[in-house]
Design a binder for this molecule. Structure first.
Ligand SMILES: [Fe+2]
Length: 231
């Protein structure tokens, strides 16, 4: 090969390599991680807050606007901190934020299950009744157990859930504390908030009074829809 031809080929190869490297750099540079906050927005109460029987508008609105909406705001603020955290940060910094994120996100989600099934509508359908009977023998025994678990939390803080568990293939009542406990592989059918903010304004320490009011205000149409989604 003539020297002139060799130089031309080398220049072309170098130019080609530079072009490829530039293209690779462009492809491999991801956009900065962003807060995906479009779903971290508080939903409105799905019923008229004046319509509940035995639960005041003042208490339910305070519960929604302060406790629930506060959890939504915390979820977003924590996500912003996680996104902003440098990859060189200490593991415990990630760990602390991930724990707080778990509490805030679960509080948001559980409150939505709670509010969505209030508003006093409909009655328990035959599928739910049948599944309660096969899981607890009678509907009354389910309700008795559910309420006893709730009363065990009064003076403390936590949730009680009726869930359908895929592993057990049946309904189960679940005790939950700090928005964090769950029986994994479960779908929530009914969620009861037993944190003090959910009843003390109206009921003081009378947790049983709150329980009775909760049961009077269940929107069974929503609960039936949830059980209907279970195969
Ligand atoms: Fe709450």
């Amino acid at each position: 090969m003539e020297r002139r031809d060799f130089m031309a080929l080398s220049a072309a190869t170098l130019a080609s390599g530079l072009t490829a490297a530039t293209a690779a750099d462009t492809v491999s540079t991801p956009a900065p991680r962003a807060v995906q906050g479009e779903l971290l927005v508080a939903k409105p109460l799905p019923f008229d807050p004046k319509s509940l029987d035995g639960i005041s508008k003042k208490m339910i609105v305070s519960h929604h606007d302060n406790n629930y909406a506060g959890a939504v705001k915390r979820s977003r603020a924590i996500e912003e901190k996680i996104v902003a955290l440098s990859s060189s940060a200490n593991p415990f910094e990630f760990g602390a934020l991930k724990r707080e994120q778990m509490v805030a996100l679960n509080s948001m989600i559980l409150h939505e299950y709670y509010f969505d099934a209030l508003g006093a509508a409909g009655t328990m359908n035959s599928k739910l009744k049948s599944m309660l009977e096969s899981s607890f023998r009678t509907v009354g025994e389910w309700e008795n157990e559910f309420k006893k678990i709730a009363l065990s939390l009064s003076g403390g803080s936590g949730w009680v859930f009726l869930v359908y568990n895929e592993r057990l293939k049946r309904l189960e009542n679940v005790w939950s504390w700090d928005h964090m406990h769950s029986l994994w592989d479960s779908k929530i059918i009914l969620a009861l908030d037993m944190y003090e903010h959910s009843y003390q304004m109206d009921f003081g320490s009378n947790a049983k009074g709150y329980l009775d009011a909760f049961f009077k205000n269940i929107n069974w149409n929503v609960v039936n829809t949830r059980i209907g989604a279970i195969a």
